[in-house]
Design a protein around this ligand. Structure first.
Ligand SMILES: [Zn+2]
Length: 214
């Protein structure tokens, strides 16, 4: 069965934060189809008109932390890629409650980690030790507990299971938060490219150009 859905309309949003503006836009358009372009428009700074790079992350937080059910093409095949729909103004109860790892578990995690960051990229470990100086980001390394599976992917977080937790340095907590899509558990390639240097963007642009020319 195909339901006919209205398209969202963009109103005026001068809320002070990106997520507040996106939230207000969706609440004005419950059950209607919102486009990526409309969300980007709403996310713009009302004064400078600057387009923020991290609107996608804010959208993802509205789903995972605020508990709004916002569908995308992944959840509903009637929606095209780049279309989103807020199902209802009601937030899911209990969303955003972050369970943290218990003290005794954290002790076990640190033992396993040998007091070093457990981040690993294609088999290469960070291994920066607690209290060391981070040679990349600067500053003293402070390890904190990270739940390996994003909260929205697996709801049952066990604070007493060391296997569910890892020790991460501050830099890798940021990398994980910004570049991993917490709603899907997949790498957020789009966000990575937005944050990449111009040189890296050019490199990827050339790669894509060659790729699609073939
Ligand atoms: Zn690290």
């Amino acid at each position: 069965m195909t339901t006919v859905r209205e398209r969202a309309k963009v109103g005026k949003y001068d809320q002070g934060s990106i997520s507040k503006r996106i939230e207000a836009f969706f609440l004005d358009n419950v059950g209607k189809i919102a486009s990526r372009a409309q969300i980007q428009e709403v996310a713009r700074d009302p004064k400078t008109r600057e387009e923020p790079e991290n609107w996608h992350q804010r959208l993802s937080e509205l789903r995972t932390d605020s508990g709004y059910t916002i569908l995308s093409n992944r959840d509903d095949r009637q929606l095209k890629v780049g279309e989103y729909l807020l199902v209802s103004a009601k937030k899911r109860a209990g969303a955003g409650k972050r369970v943290t790892c218990s003290k005794s578990t954290w002790k076990l995690v640190l033992e396993r980690a040998k007091n070093a960051c457990e981040w690993n990229e294609a088999g290469v470990f960070c291994h920066l030790e607690q209290g060391a100086i981070d040679p990349v980001g600067g500053g003293t390394v402070k390890l904190t507990a990270d739940h390996k599976t994003p909260h929205s992917v697996k709801a049952a977080v066990n604070p007493d299971d060391p296997k569910q937790w890892q020790a991460l340095c501050g830099r890798h907590q940021v990398v994980k938060k910004n570049f991993w899509d917490s709603s899907t558990g997949k790498l957020n390639v789009y966000a990575i490219m937005q944050a990449a240097s111009l040189a890296d963007k050019k490199l990827v642009y050339k790669f894509l150009k060659d790729f699609f020319d073939k």
